[in-house]
Design a protein around this ligand. Structure first.
Ligand code: AMP
Length: 512
């Protein structure tokens, strides 16, 4: 099939807000594809190439850009093959070779295909929201129940492979994707709510648990064999011997546990996320790290026990089974439908240094991803008022607008601003238009991609974490930064300081 047909469907799916229509469009597309194409296209539509991150930057794409072809001729399999060659190009002259390959591909692409490919390679088409719709589309196209497709995708950890199997061999093809010890399951994720009353309004009576800011782990055990998987399903067993020992000692022949491990200070308060994550670095002296930063697991789910899978049991039943199995390592929890009691629990979690609270529907099954509202996280929102230092020209849909903002905090020690990251997330079309005009008025210099501005405009940025980062001279970077709103009421002198950011990050003692 031509890439153009995929681009067309992608556009039509984006253009309609009707879920059923999106599903119908995708199902029709999937039915027309060969098995090999299914795997590629399902990934494309989720915003990714089969090859994963290809490691091409804006500069390389700019160098590869050529005038578009007049009519579409690029096949999906051509694109996949070229991207594969780009990924595999190595050794001396590989840079040139990669560029040539990209140029050939772009020269054969029409204008809208070029835009699609640029978005794909820059990771800008990635949209998690499409995942649920894609599962429904695979179900519709294959005639298999969506429940069954979803289960297989969760267990396979990969929709593209499941889509191919479903269409190639039907329901029988999905039997290979059942719960199996030592094959990790995609973890269940959470939606967000602003506060406890909102979470309880959507769930009703709920199990509330502390939300710890550590590392998600899924642990599989069979007899003395124990394997610990990370959130991204990597085997991290060697890094966590104390977790392995604890699980080995649990009174069960085999099991799969879901939980969070975190490094606690002697008084029981949590270390910042960054510190816990040190236990997962490369080439560690594990024994020494274990002494310095012992890890404590807190289990919140039990997915498999003694030969039986519990995924389809309710949260309440799974948690009861877990409480009997591992009473000493349970996540702090309560069950309530009462907002005041929930608020009190939240205050307690925050007072003990935790991130917030998870609210879980007690009658919900375990399901991968963040579909529905079965798990809802409530965090105290973290925002910073930062100053815009520069902005990059957007491309694709944002071409002609200044988009990606460079963000800085006021550095009261050294003077000037400490750069903390870039973001174009959260910007509406109106904001893009407004900021382009305002920033151009403040221009002090530019290169081909970036306009540098007088540091005057203040913008409120929401973020999830502050992490150590070698990328910026400040040594810190915001994770998942997004624009909440502009703060025209503030001057740059009133923006948040770098010192405050350091404190929030836990990199600087609050008392200093
Ligand atoms: P977030 O990464 O902010 O979307 O929140 C989801 C993550 O919170 C999960 O992947 C877990 O790593 C973590 N987490 C901490 N405490 C809990 C809990 N009680 N239940 C589920 N997830 C938790």
């Amino acid at each position: 099939m031509l890439l153009d047909s995929v681009v067309e469907i992608s556009r039509r799916v984006a253009d309609t807000s009707k879920r059923l229509e999106k599903i119908g469009l995708l199902a029709r597309l999937i039915r027309q594809l060969s098995p090999e194409e299914i795997e590629i296209v399902v990934q494309f539509l989720a915003g990714q190439a089969r090859q994963g991150r290809i490691g091409i930057g804006y500069a390389a794409l700019r160098d590869a850009s050529t005038s578009p072809a007049a009519s579409p001729t690029l096949e999906i399999l051509d694109v996949d093959r070229i991207l594969q060659n780009v990924t595999e190009a190595g050794g001396s002259g590989s840079q040139r070779r990669r560029l040539e390959l990209l140029q050939t591909m772009f020269a054969r692409a029409t204008e809208r295909e070029q835009q699609f490919l640029t978005g794909l390679l820059m990771g800008e088409l990635r949209q998690g929201a499409l995942e649920g719709i894609m599962l429904e589309a695979v179900a519709k196209a294959s005639g298999i129940s969506s429940e069954r497709v979803r289960r297989a995708a969760m267990l396979a950890g990969d929709i593209a492979r499941v889509a191919r199997a479903a269409l190639e061999t039907g329901e029988a093809g999905l039997t290979q994707y059942d719960v199996q010890l030592f094959r990790p399951i995609q973890p269940m994720l959470a939606q967000s709510a602003d506060d406890i009353p909102e979470a309880l309004a959507s769930i009703g009576e709920a199990a509330l648990e502390y939300k710890l800011d550590g590392a998600r782990v899924q642990v599989h055990k069979s007899g003395d064999d124990v394997v610990v998987y990370s959130r991204s399903l990597k085997d991290v067993t060697p890094a966590l011997p104390e977790v392995v020992e604890l699980v080995r000692a649990l009174p069960a022949k085999d099991l799969i546990l879901d939980g969070e491990v975190i490094s606690l200070l002697p008084g029981g308060r949590p270390q910042p996320f960054q510190i816990t994550m040190r236990r997962f670095g490369r080439k560690l002296d594990v024994e020494r790290m274990r002494q310095e930063l012992p890890m404590t697991p807190f289990w919140f789910d039990l997915l498999y026990l003694n030969g039986g899978r519990l995924l389809d049991e309710t949260q309440a039943r799974r948690f009861t089974a877990l409480s009997e199995l591992a009473p000493d390592s349970l996540i702090p929890h309560m069950v309530t439908g009462d907002a005041a009691a929930g608020d009190e629990f939240m205050e307690q979690a925050l007072a003990r240094g935790h991130e917030g609270v998870m609210a879980k529907a007690i009658d919900a099954k375990y399901a991968a991803g963040a579909r529905g509202q079965s798990w809802v996280k409530v965090k105290r929102a973290r925002t910073l008022d930062l100053v815009i230092l520069a902005a990059e020209w957007g491309h694709g849909r944002r071409k002609g607008w200044l988009s990606n903002l460079h963000l800085g905090a006021r550095d009261t020690e050294k003077g000037g601003f400490a750069m903390l990251g870039k973001t174009f997330k959260g910007l509406t079309d109106e904001m893009l238009e407004w900021q382009t005009h305002e920033l151009l008025k403040l221009e002090i210099g530019r290169d081909s991609y970036t306009v540098h501005v007088e540091p005057k405009l203040v913008v409120e940025i929401a973020f999830n974490e502050i992490q150590a980062s070698p990328r910026y001279a400040s040594g810190l970077a915001l994770r998942f930064a997004r624009v909440k709103r502009y703060r025209p009421d503030k001057t740059a002198a009133e923006a948040d300081t770098f010192e405050m950011v350091q404190r929030l990050s836990g990199m600087k003692d609050a008392a200093s």
